[in-house]
Design a protein around this ligand. Structure first.
Ligand SMILES: [Zn+2]
Ligand SMILES: [Zn+2]
Length: 244
């Protein structure tokens, strides 16, 4: 969902267009290698250019998929090209642009889907989410396993930990692994997620960012749900929406 912070829902289509223009300008495939040797590939998918990410251990080829928002065929191709085996499919939240290909990837890989219980209403009402944005989306048939704060996912000896960060949606989470953070639509480069839709709450997102994210190592690389990467230290110093 758009990275523009706004409380004026009448301008929604305008904001959506602005987001798309911004996102197209910045969206590109990004690859990283962690200090412990994990590989990370992030690439934009769908109309809103959600950053979908694959994290894998090149020794075991085990992988975790974050936010398969759309373009299931493209995501499958990237998994197959590298010969990866998915251990889990995790979601930062259940806006349609982050879960649009989840069902297909679950069927393709057999990996479990994880989402915080706070976003169940969004998951169960995908059709309604689409209607609001003039898109026809089919209801979800698959269920998900509940994601808790500080839940751990293993990739060999590497641990990915979930951080419960409500505010953009009631069940928003981020994922920390090594020196990387997948921040979903909670924290962006120079912005934060909008809080004017479906249970968003500015007080909550602000508290989540200060307590759960700004407390991380300042050198942590932040891979947001849309747009370019940033660092915790940079946002802590410069983010105009949430200041310490
Ligand atoms: Zn989004
Ligand atoms: Zn969103």
């Amino acid at each position: 969902m758009p990275s523009i912070l706004s409380h004026n829902s009448d301008k929604r289509s305008c904001l959506l267009l602005r987001l798309q223009q911004t996102a197209i300008r910045f969206s590109m495939e990004m690859s990283f290698k962690s200090e412990s040797g994990l590989e990370i590939l992030s690439f934009p998918v769908g109309r809103l250019q959600c950053n979908c990410s694959l994290i894998w251990n090149p020794k075991s080829q085990e992988a975790i998929l974050v936010d398969p928002g759309d373009q299931a065929a493209l995501i499958k191709e990237k998994i197959q090209q590298r010969g990866l085996k998915l251990n889990a499919i995790v979601h930062t939240h259940a806006h349609f642009d982050h879960i649009g290909a989840s069902e297909e990837l679950h069927e393709f890989s057999g990996a479990n889907l994880y989402l915080h219980e706070g976003d169940r209403t969004l998951w169960d009402n995908l059709e309604m989410q689409g209607q609001l944005f003039g898109m026809q989306l089919n209801p979800m048939k698959s269920g998900f396993l509940p994601l808790e704060n500080e839940q751990e996912f293993l990739l060999g000896s590497n641990k990915m930990v979930s951080l419960f960060t409500p505010g953009h949606t009631p069940g928003s989470c981020c994922f920390e692994i090594g020196e990387f953070l997948f921040s979903g639509d909670t924290l962006f480069k120079g912005s934060i997620g909008r809080t004017d839709l479906w249970g968003g709450d500015f007080g909550q997102i602000s508290k989540s960012i200060k307590s759960q994210l700004y407390s991380l190592d300042p050198d942590t690389t932040v891979i947001p749900g849309h747009g370019p990467v940033t660092q915790i230290g940079i946002e802590r110093r410069q983010n105009p929406f949430v200041k310490i």
